[in-house]
Design a binder for this molecule. Structure first.
Ligand code: SER
Length: 887
């Protein structure tokens, strides 16, 4: 009996043998489709190949695609666990031709695989075709030898497959298996078709049309093939089972669930184990593909599935969290085919455990409230909507969880009442918003949030996505279209663009629709709505259009590197300066990073070098950067750094990187950096490249700021510095490593020379040929020895030492020196200490200055200075000073 893993391999091997490229499953969150919540069939990742918009280097492909159907159009959640073939998660096996082969080959492939490789009995197979598709009928007849009564023509949409309201589509042929008359049911198209006797196993779609928004269709230029076969269904058939949950893989999970709860897979708890087995698969795969539980969008669908499983575990009497303990079983069963599961195992376990622990706290209380309400309700009456809303609002019971609980008692919820209670609560919240003093223009974002829901952020995993435009806003008002030249803001249902937060700048890039293109210059968010600031550069962009969004990759790559480097810098600073270092702010821009932190004094060169060295060593360690979701308390427990004063929600995103030995802290006692952070990061620390600080200084009292560069910018900076050093070395005629000594020696030499020049000047002034009044003699003026001299070639600042020297030479007396410094005159006077009672140097200068065309002058009684511009009048200035002495 082949296992599901073997059946998957047989399928893929068959098509590989037939020249198909085996393509890995695409993620559950579609990157290229704005209308789909989750990938729900194999063709989703190939959508644009069918329409000819995209080309790849293969024209035949085969996949085993992960699919989730829960929330949105195909919502099977209510039935899952209770029926034989409903799942929230399943694998779709498919083969695809993009303008390569068509029906003539697709049908034979399917027939051969089923009847030869899978060995199904030809007599038990029958098919449906679209009622006008004679061609397909002919091939079935000729190749498979099917008689007319086993080729059933169907005129409805059942045999015209389309992905959604728009997109590629075409007639299809479905292959059915007849389980025999002992099971009730009729062939497709008959009144008994819903019975279990005839089971559809494979759908072959002949993609030849494209449907547009207005309902019209065109013939595609090329004819393609898209087939889909549920692995669980074909598995059940090949394993001789009638119920998908009896296949080896599902059975293993059911037994694992029983093992850790009631021990009886087939006892009264069977349906609960089935729910747990199915939901374990969808939740684990969704988390592995980047979806996190939340109260909006995809995250809310995930939460609904998780909580539904948790209620069933509760019904089994489980006291402790169950789901997270089953993850290793799932990884063991499916990890080889889907390696992403193993890579995300820790994250899946932690996320499930956290959700289970938190939900458990309210589950009991919610269920007893529900019991009490039901006791008072007459038989058959629906649960009042208000109660269901209270369960939702206060106890975290998604509506479908309450419905699921009631189903077992044959009751339902009054949905109108639930909707009314929900609307009332929204109205109250809205009233609170307007009263909160938000900026006036932000009310439009609140309106959009309320009407259209918030924006789903995809940018942790992708920089390219399609999305639906939810609103176009121009000058604060919503508009229908924007044309080339307009500056507007766009809101979309989902986006890869990061909105400015936590120091990380908003993304830029492009937005493109069928009719126009816009440049996105910034992204911000208000009330959960991502605002894309755009300038329409071409054509026209209309509200409600589908748009292709592409983040500027190079810019985002640099931002990622700078953001991750900031985390390493933070930790390195704590290591170098002490644990009291706390983040005060940061900027993660494409071209630089800035980090502000509390620290009383500047970093020494050694400290800065230590920090830089440490950051670079963790970059070279190239450890993966990991993210997980926790409660703020748990995060603090493992030593995560949080921003002081910041408000955090019930759940926080924790980013960790680097491994060190024996630090005694962290997730595992060894993690280097752990921070609460919503930003985007590199995959591995090595992606940062290199880190270099370019400035360290005070930002405000007690707060230091470090600016730094990473990657190409850091390299460019270092390389420029290197070239500068080489140029300096060449000027100095030394080797770069000797430049510091060379410069020091030059500075010493310069200092010595300066002193020598000053000395020479003085000597020259006093005795050499530079002075006019050569060999000036002191004369007696009013009983004081007075020496006055005009000096050439000296400056004002040379005068004081000369005055001192002359005073010393006189022993007792007064000196007046006037420097002729090229168009400027400087004057200084000195009086020996024995005479300062009688004469003040200040008075001498003040008397002389006006004659030199200056003003003022000042100093002490023994030494004063002043200046002017008319050195020609030096003689009268000297005379004026003499008059002061004569009194
Ligand atoms: N797209 C078709 C389906 O989902 C065949 O793969 O059934």
């Amino acid at each position: 009996m082949p296992t599901l893993n073997e059946i998957r391999s047989t399928f893929l091997n068959f098509f590989e043998r037939n020249d198909h490229q085996i393509v890995p499953s695409s993620p559950l969150v579609p990157r290229n489709d704005p209308t789909l919540m989750f990938t729900n069939s194999g063709m989703v990742q190939f959508k644009n190949l069918f329409t000819g918009v995209e080309h790849r280097d293969y024209s035949r492909a085969s996949t085993s695609q992960k699919c989730v159907r829960a929330g949105g159009k195909h919502n099977d959640l209510d039935n899952v666990g209770y029926t034989a073939r409903h799942h929230t998660f399943f694998e779709m096996l498919g083969n695809f031709s993009f303008g390569d082969y068509f029906k003539e080959q697709a049908i034979p492939y399917a027939w051969d695989l089923l009847t030869k490789d899978f060995g199904l009995d030809k007599e038990k197979l029958l098919v449906t075709i679209y009622h006008t598709d004679d061609e397909a009928a002919e091939i079935w007849k000729k190749y498979a030898g099917l008689p007319d009564d086993r080729i059933i023509r169907i005129a409805t949409d059942d045999n015209f497959w389309s992905m959604g309201a728009t997109g590629p589509c075409g007639p299809c042929t479905e292959i059915f298996y007849d389980h025999g008359p002992e099971i009730w049911g009729g062939p497709p198209g008959s009144p008994e078709e819903d019975g279990d006797r005839f089971i559809e196993i494979w759908n072959l779609v002949f993609m030849q049309n494209e449907r547009f928004e207005d309902g019209t269709m065109r013939e595609l230029d090329m004819q393609s093939i898209d087939t889909g076969m549920g692995l669980e269904r074909i598995g059940a058939l090949l394993q001789g089972k009638h119920d998908n949950y009896d296949t080896d893989l599902m059975r293993s999970l059911i037994e694992a669930s029983a093992n850790i709860t009631d021990g009886a897979p087939d006892g009264p708890g069977n349906v609960h184990h089935r729910v747990i087995a199915d939901h374990l698969r969808s939740t684990s795969f969704l988390i592995a593909d980047g979806v996190m539980p939340s109260n909006e969008g995809r995250g809310y669908v995930l939460r609904r599935i998780m909580r539904r499983a948790m209620r069933h575990a509760h019904l089994l009497g489980a006291k402790d969290p169950v789901m997270f303990r089953l993850v290793p079983n799932l990884v063991g069963l499916m990890g080889q085919a889907f390696p992403e599961l193993g890579r995300a195992q820790a994250l899946i376990e932690e996320t499930l455990k956290l959700e289970e622990t938190r939900f458990k706290q309210t589950l009991d209380r919610g269920l007893s409230l529900l019991d009490a309400e039901l006791k008072g309700l007459p038989e058959g009456q629906n649960l009042p909507g208000e109660t269901a809303f209270k369960l939702y609002d206060t106890f975290g019971f998604p509506l479908d969880l309450t419905q699921d609980a009631l189903r077992e008692m044959g009751r339902a919820v009054d949905i109108d009442g639930f909707d009314a209670a929900m609307a009332e609560q929204k109205a109250k919240a809205r009233a609170a918003w307007s009263g909160s003093g938000e900026a006036a223009d932000s009310t439009v974002w609140f309106d959009i949030a309320e009407e259209k829901g918030t924006t789903d952020f995809l940018g942790y995993d992708t920089e390219l996505a399609e999305a639906q435009i939810m609103a176009v806003v121009k000058d604060g008002d919503r508009v229908d279209t924007a044309k080339a030249g307009d500056t507007v803001q766009f809101v979309l249902n989902q986006t890869p663009f990061y909105a400015e937060a936590g120091g990380q700048v908003g993304d830029t890039g492009t937005l493109e629709t069928d009719s126009g293109t816009a440049r996105i210059t910034d992204t911000k968010k208000v009330a959960g709505v991502f605002i894309h600031f755009g300038e329409v550069t071409k054509g026209e962009i209309a509200n409600a259009q589908a748009a292709k969004l592409e983040v500027d990759h190079a810019r985002r790559t640099s931002i990622r590197a700078n953001h991750s480097a900031t985390h390493l810098l933070h930790e390195a600073l704590r290591k170098a300066l002490g644990d009291q270092v706390a983040q005060r702010g940061s900027l993660n821009a494409p071209d630089r990073l800035r980090f502000d932190f509390s620290h009383a004094k500047g970093l020494t060169a050694e400290e800065l070098a230590q920090v830089e060295t440490e950051v670079n060593s963790f970059i070279r360690q190239n450890s993966p950067v990991e993210t997980r979701i926790m409660t703020p308390d748990d995060a603090r427990e493992i030593g995560a750094q949080a921003l002081f004063g910041e408000k955090y929600g019930d759940e926080v995103r924790v980013v960790s990187m680097g491994t060190e030995d024996g630090s005694g802290k962290g997730l595992d006692g060894q993690t280097y950096s752990i921070e609460l952070c919503g930003g985007t990061h590199v995959r591995q620390t090595g992606d940062i490249g290199v880190f270099v600080t370019i400035a360290e200084g005070a930002s405000s009292a007690g707060v230091r700021r470090i600016e730094a560069l990473t990657g190409a910018d850091a390299f460019r900076y270092l390389s420029e510095q290197d070239h500068r050093l080489a140029a300096v070395a060449s000027e100095l005629k030394s080797r770069p490593e000797d430049t510091v000594d060379r410069v020091r020696a030059l500075l010493d030499e310069r200092k010595a020379l300066t002193a020598e020049v000053a000395q020479l000047r003085r000597e020259l002034a006093m005795g050499g040929g530079a002075s006019k009044g050569e060999g000036a003699e002191a004369k007696d003026v009013g009983g004081v020895k007075f020496l006055a001299q005009v000096l050439n070639g000296v400056s004002g600042k040379d005068l004081p030492p000369l005055i001192d020297e002359m005073k010393a030479r006189l022993g007792s007396g007064a000196v007046l020196l006037i420097a002729d410094a090229g168009g400027k005159a400087a004057v200084a006077a000195g009086v020996t200490p024995d005479l300062t009672d009688r004469v003040s140097a200040v008075d001498l200068v003040k008397a002389a200055v006006p004659h030199l065309g200056g003003k003022g002058g000042g100093g002490r009684p023994d030494m004063a200075q002043g200046g002017g511009k008319d050195v020609e009048n030096a003689q009268s200035a000297i005379e004026a000073a003499e008059q002061v002495l004569t009194g």
